[in-house]
Design a protein around this ligand. Structure first.
Ligand SMILES: [Zn+2]
Length: 403
């Protein structure tokens, strides 16, 4: 029996010690996993998310990120990174900017899901391929929030037209992978910043047939494992009503638990690549942080536009006023607000890590993993500045044989 199955057994046997324990980078099963995948914990962030009172916590997080960033940059860069757009999905405007923005007409905007492929060397010098955010649109449609939204849109006159305006499919994750020149066998790991509207069965495969399918799903990326924060996986296993609408409740049915690589806290996968724990939007949220020839980039869904991280520069009506009225440095993507203060702190952690964009140094190199579409039809709710994607180096197939 593996440690992951053991922890599952423990949690279902009501002794939830394993899932509620404070994140501890030295937890034995986490340590074993990290050495197995050539990763390591980040001691600079030990305990900072538990500090109280809250003003002190924010200061500690900012200081830890400032300190870690120096070491992170010195350690090196990733081999290559490339993003590909996957699909456009509807999203309520009032969630996107914490109710700061109201529009008279269609209260929905489109967010573009983007998959990011990163190649790096792990701490043992082994080349690795990570796929970040391989969203399968059919899986997202199963989450209660989206299935209810679709029923609503189908009912209203002109609903089909509205769907056409809002929905757009670019590339399914397997097609997106081939667009960067890779096969499923090239992938070592996949990960999502959090598991809202994700169905792990469609990524990792399942022994049971998903209702509506004719056969059990095969894994999308061969033997690749899904890196997941312990708190995010435990959330999906044990949903609270305040979380339910955003998760695919049956997403773990028939999925082999050994396919998950479960970690705690903050980890660095190799020189120039880290997964930072950024709780708030969800308990187990994490952000991808990579070092490139242009410096540090961060990606997550704490915002859906740079306007969320830099509201003082925003031209979207209401966002800069939110910043000024409340004296807040960020304006969160706020569909859940599981813990709004934590999300605020996490966005400061991200802002502290990110470097400025050489093309326009007012803006930070933060790439929303799901980004507000820069489409005129949604004006004035369009990003004030949009990176549109990321590309450095050359993604190579067959890296696994080079170890
Ligand atoms: Zn979310």
């Amino acid at each position: 029996m593996t440690t992951h199955q053991q922890s599952r057994t423990t949690s279902t046997a009501s002794a939830t010690q394993d899932t509620v324990a404070a994140p501890d980078s030295a937890a034995p099963d986490s340590a074993a996993l990290l050495s197995e995948i050539g990763a390591r914990p980040i001691p600079e962030f030990d305990g900072v998310h538990d500090i109280w009172p809250r003003g002190d916590r924010l200061r500690a997080i900012r200081a830890a990120a400032t300190q870690y960033k120096k070491r992170f940059i010195q350690q090196g860069q990733v081999r290559a990174v490339q993003s590909v757009d996957v699909a456009g999905a509807p999203y309520p405007v009032n969630y996107a900017f914490d109710n700061a923005v109201t529009v008279p007409s269609l209260p929905l905007i489109t967010m573009i899901n983007r998959m990011i492929v990163v190649q790096y060397d792990d701490w043992n010098g082994r080349p690795r391929t990570l796929v970040f955010e391989p969203t399968v649109p059919a899986g997202s449609a199963e989450a209660p929030f989206y299935s209810n939204l679709q029923k609503l849109v189908d009912k209203i006159p002109g609903g089909a037209l509205a769907s056409k305006v809002i929905l757009k499919y670019f590339n399914e994750p397997d097609v997106a992978l081939s667009k960067v020149g890779l096969t499923p066998q090239d992938v070592d790991f996949c990960t999502f910043d959090h598991l809202h509207v994700q169905d792990p069965r469609m990524i990792l495969g399942s022994t049971e047939t998903i209702p509506g399918d004719s056969a059990p799903r095969e894994p999308l990326f061969g033997d690749a494992r899904m890196l997941v924060h312990r708190r995010e996986l435990a959330t999906l296993e044990n949903l609270h009503p305040m979380q339910w609408a955003w998760y695919v409740e049956d997403g773990l049915v028939g999925v082999d638990r050994d396919k998950f690589a479960v970690f705690d806290g903050d980890i660095e996968l190799g020189p120039g690549i880290a997964l930072l724990w950024t709780p708030g939007h969800t308990d187990g949220n994490h952000s991808l942080v990579i070092n490139t020839p242009d410096g540090v980039w961060v990606s997550s869904e704490n915002g859906i536009s740079l306007d969320n991280w830099q509201p003082e520069l925003s031209k979207i009506p209401g966002v800069r006023r939110y910043h000024e009225q409340f004296g807040r440095e960020i304006c969160p993507n706020a569909n859940t607000l599981e813990d709004a203060l934590d999300q605020y702190d996490s966005m400061i952690k991200e802002k502290t890590m990110a470097d400025r964009c050489p093309a326009d140094p007012r803006w930070l190199q933060i790439l929303p993993s799901t980004e507000l579409a820069p489409w005129k039809r949604f004006w004035p709710v369009v990003p004030t500045y949009c990176h549109g994607g990321i590309s450095y180096g050359r993604i190579e197939s067959g890296l696994k044989e080079k170890k």
